[in-house]
Design a protein around this ligand. Sequence first.
Ligand code: PAF
Length: 302
Amino acid sequence: MPNSPELITDLTQLAQWVQAQSAAGLSVGLVPTMGALHAGHLSLVESAAQHSDSVLVTIFVNPTQFAANEDLQQYPRDLEGDLQLLQSVAKVTVFAPTVADIYPLENSTARNVESNKLDDVAMRWEGERRPGHFLGVTTIVHKLFTLTKPQIAFFGRKDYQQLRVIEQLTEERQHNIKIVGCPIVREEDGLAMSSRNAYLTTAQRTQATAIYKGLQTACNMANNMEMAATELQDVVRKQLANAEINGIDYVAVVHPKSLEPLALLDRTEQIKQIKLGAIILVAVFVGNTRLIDNIFIPPNNS
Ligand code: PAF
């Protein structure tokens, strides 16, 4: 019978655990999550198990990354279920702190990663649509890095912009931690796995499959012919419209590092940049549920 992973719920216990790993010369792989774990999270945990001696999965629904109008209260929480799911992976320890442990001062939603440290990568797309979101993300990730002292940390590429922001945070705050971006895990019909998929009705769940179909179609076209960013965006938008997904927040073909929109360039330059490799980012509302996804257009040397 697989055993439930060790569960740490307070900071003293965590400090002891961190100290014990270090004393034993064991490397720590960190997988930060907000719980409601699914196969996407499990793939991060499995990668962490391959690349480190001990795996620490943090489960914490971080209030500072939710805006007032967002789904903090509603966000799915299932610690029991999460622990059960993690039984399948060896050498996992779970750290599930309280809000008071992480933010000990009242109102200490006070973000201690100053906003001016977030550059353009954090300011566009999700940063623009969800003001304060990346301040909350960088605050919690910086705290987790400091508290848990991992050598390596794993994040999903579904939140591609978040991954880029965390890479920058790591550099800026001089954390000596290797950041690994893991591939997006999809349902059989292509929908990217997300804890928020649980909000979808059956009909919305079917509609949502248009997101990946649109991304795939655009990516195939980019691989096979000369397409401008604006044209690829239209391909995705058309697929979304066919599925009656009308709440499009953005569809953008962007530079994979800076996340700058290629559509601002002239057509020849757009095509040139896409050939060097690009990402298509999508954020849509399906009903009231906001879903994000992306696809990488690989460099094309032909
Ligand atoms: O991607 C998430 O689940 C969260 O944004 C993270 C990185 C765990 C920070 O709360």
